[in-house]
Design a protein around this ligand. Structure first.
Ligand SMILES: [Zn+2]
Ligand SMILES: [Zn+2]
Length: 272
């Protein structure tokens, strides 16, 4: 059986709407999936409210946190999606992300870039959550830079006067939040964590699982993380981290597949 426990929709920074994404999973013969948008469960809720008998969707979310100034993504699965604290947390997160981008837009204006919050909103009328990628697009449209990565490395860089730091969540607080909502906490793509020693330190936290299979992790990486899973008594998960952004792997749902046998213990925990 094919499964995929990591992907993004238009509810965060993906390009496909949740229902279309589920159709793409069905077309790729995936039988069990989780939609793990960044810090929002809106897409997950949409799928859960309209179940489809040919594919099972488990509640999912990819929570942001920070450790030693590096990003640490924590996947939450199978939580109670009516949990009040969890719903309040994602609402707070969205609000703080939004005000941050508006503040950055104002700072750009103060620093001589002729852009405004109204222009940003007008450029992305359907965006669920505006972020630095959107602000980059506006700066590109106005001719201040050529690419998103150029914007991130210059005008919107951490050292720029236009930069506003984001709200920082502690990994341990995120894990506790997931647990209090009766969910499972999984370390996402450890290969993308700032330093190897951070991975080891973070695994002292009460994680339930680790993402051993991920599009950015080589076979050698997976072997290494499988050993860590055994050492820390964690179950193994995997996912494509599909966004649908051109040139960003995987290019399509079904290009990076996970076999249920490779995540058998996770499936067992989900059923119990
Ligand atoms: Zn991530
Ligand atoms: Zn992701």
């Amino acid at each position: 059986m094919l499964v995929d426990f990591h992907m993004h929709s238009t509810a965060s920074d993906g390009v496909m709407r949740p229902l279309d994404l589920r159709e793409a999973n069905k077309a790729a013969q995936i039988k069990l999936m989780a939609l793990t948008d960044h810090d929002t469960i809106e897409g997950s809720l949409e799928l859960l409210r309209q179940p489809d008998p040919s594919i099972t969707v488990i509640p999912g979310c990819e929570f942001s946190s920070t450790y030693h100034n590096g990003d640490v993504h924590i996947l939450g699965y199978a939580f109670d999606y009516t949990n009040k604290e969890l719903l309040e947390y994602v609402a707070f997160f969205k609000e703080s992300r939004q005000t941050r981008i508006f503040k950055m837009t104002d700072l750009c204006k103060k620093n001589g870039y002729d852009i405004s919050v109204d222009e940003l909103k007008a450029m992305f009328p359907h965006a669920n959550s505006l972020g630095r990628p959107h602000l980059s697009q506006l700066l590109i449209a106005k001719g201040y830079c050529k690419t998103v990565s150029e914007a991130f490395n210059t005008i919107l860089h951490r050292t720029s006067p236009c930069y506003v730091p984001k709200f920082k969540a502690e990994p341990s607080d995120v894990i506790d939040l997931i647990h209090r909502a009766n969910g499972l906490a999984v370390m996402a793509h450890p290969v993308l964590i700032r330093a190897e020693e951070d991975v080891h330190e973070l695994l002292e936290l009460p994680f339930d699982g680790i993402e051993v299979y991920h599009v950015k992790q080589s076979a050698a990486d997976s072997a290494k993380y499988r050993k860590l899973a055994i050492k820390h008594k964690l179950f193994i998960t995997g996912g494509s981290d599909y966004h649908g952004i051109p040139k960003k792997e995987p290019l399509a749902i079904g290009d990076y597949l996970i076999q249920s046998d490779d995540v058998a213990e996770f499936l067992h925990v989900l059923r119990s």
